[in-house]
Design a protein around this ligand. Structure first.
Ligand code: SAH
Length: 358
């Protein structure tokens, strides 16, 4: 009988963990730092090719370990250039990562969990239920796999948003471990100001995030203008009410020039009236905040419709007139169902999609 021993994936290990690994093999700790740099800054995938490591150490490493990215199973390309990647994980589960090119930069939308426990009524990921947390390595792997597929060079302007599947603040230790490696100049080298974590409002975790020395930007999914409406759309509002959420947001220690982002998905006839906009303006008065208005991306499985454009514009105007900067987030990749909240459910449904170069 052949015994198959699984190799350990080094992706996701911190500098310290790699130094410890070197030490465990009777190597100086700096060899761990070389490994760290090779994994994340040079994006090496072949341990045997790390010729700057001691030969014997390299051989031992390669016998027991490997560097594996999530596997790109499918890619759906939208007419606006957005590509939605279906990535396969080592346990057979899949997640989605979305690549969104803009004129002078690229944004990647990352998943933090397989499925989600939060159960927002308008969100497609909610229909999957919660399956499991992603590891830091699986989050870094999303960036590395897509960067390799799109040939994004090290140092290219890259924005990362944790707005894919899952609730990042319910997987905060792994998200933070990934962020520290992403933002480290010796790691992936993506500045913290280009990394945004978006939360449905897990109120007690917000001060935890505030205490992190390497803190990404924070976005909060507001989506409603009062308690009752928010509870109807986001049942977690019962446990973490809007009033308390906003109190915690007001206490959030922003850096110079930093603002909190509030996301607001506009649902026709549900949360998009002038009175809603006025209430949102009142809720956010005096805060260093901006609002991203997100046109809803619907589908047959859910009973909501997107607000018409004139509603979106009227809503925006009411906010800006009251001194709250409000932006309309053009929804990307609608034709491939890559728009936010639509990830993964129809992973294999290529009818609305053109498969991209795979
Ligand atoms: N759980 C986190 C991050 C994932 S959702 C959060 O709630 O912020 C990312 C954003 O997509 C949220 O602002 C959410 O309100 C929005 N969203 C979810 N489903 C959507 C849909 N069908 N159309 C448009 N936006 C949606």
């Amino acid at each position: 009988m052949r015994v198959v021993t699984r190799k350990t994936n080094l992706l996701g290990l911190s500098r310290q963990e790699l130094e410890d690994l070197a030490e465990a093999h009777a190597q100086p700790r700096y060899r761990g730092r070389q490994l760290y740099h090779a994994l994340y800054a040079r994006r090496e995938r072949n341990l045997a090719a790390l010729t700057n490591l001691d030969r014997q150490f390299r051989a031992i490493l390669a016998a027991e370990n490997e560097i594996t990215y999530p596997e790109i199973q499918r890619a759906f390309e939208s007419c606006d250039g957005t590509i939605r990647y279906l990535l396969g994980l080592s346990d057979g589960k899949s997640i989605e990562t979305v690549y969104m090119p803009e004129e002078d930069r690229v944004t990647l939308c990352l998943s933090s969990q397989v499925g989600c426990a939060v159960d927002c009524r308008f969100c497609f990921t909610a229909l999957l239920g919660m399956q499991r947390n992603l590891s830091a390595g699986e989050m870094l792997g999303q960036v590395l796999a897509v960067a390799a597929a799109r040939r994004i060079p090290h140092g290219a302007r890259l924005n990362l948003v944790f707005m894919g599947m899952g609730e990042p603040l319910l997987n905060l230790p792994a998200v933070m471990k990934a962020v520290r490696i992403l933002a480290d100049p010796q790691g992936l080298g993506i500045p913290l100001r280009r990394i945004t974590v978006s939360t449905a409002g897990i109120t007690p975790r917000i001060p935890d995030l505030a205490r992190e020395p390497m803190r990404p930007k924070l976005a909060i999914s507001l989506n409603a203008s009062d308690e009752e409406q928010r509870t109807a759309l986001m049942p977690l509002n019962k446990k973490y009410p809007l009033a308390e959420l906003l109190r915690v947001c007001r206490a959030y220690p922003l850096r110079p020039r930093e603002r909190l982002t509030f996301e607001y998905v506009l649902l026709e006839g549900v949360n998009d009236s002038d009175a809603d906009a006025q209430r949102v303006a009142a809720l956010l008065r005096g805060m260093r905040a901006k609002v991203n208005l997100i046109p809803y991306n619907g589908g047959p499985a859910l009973p909501y419709r997107a607000s018409p454009l004139e509603r979106v514009l009227a809503f925006q105007q009411i906010l800006t007139e009251r001194g709250i900067p409000a932006f309309i987030r053009i929804s990307r990749g609608q034709d491939i169902r890559a728009a936010c909240g639509q990830l993964s459910l129809e992973g294999a449904d290529a009818t609305a999609a053109r498969e991209a170069g795979l």
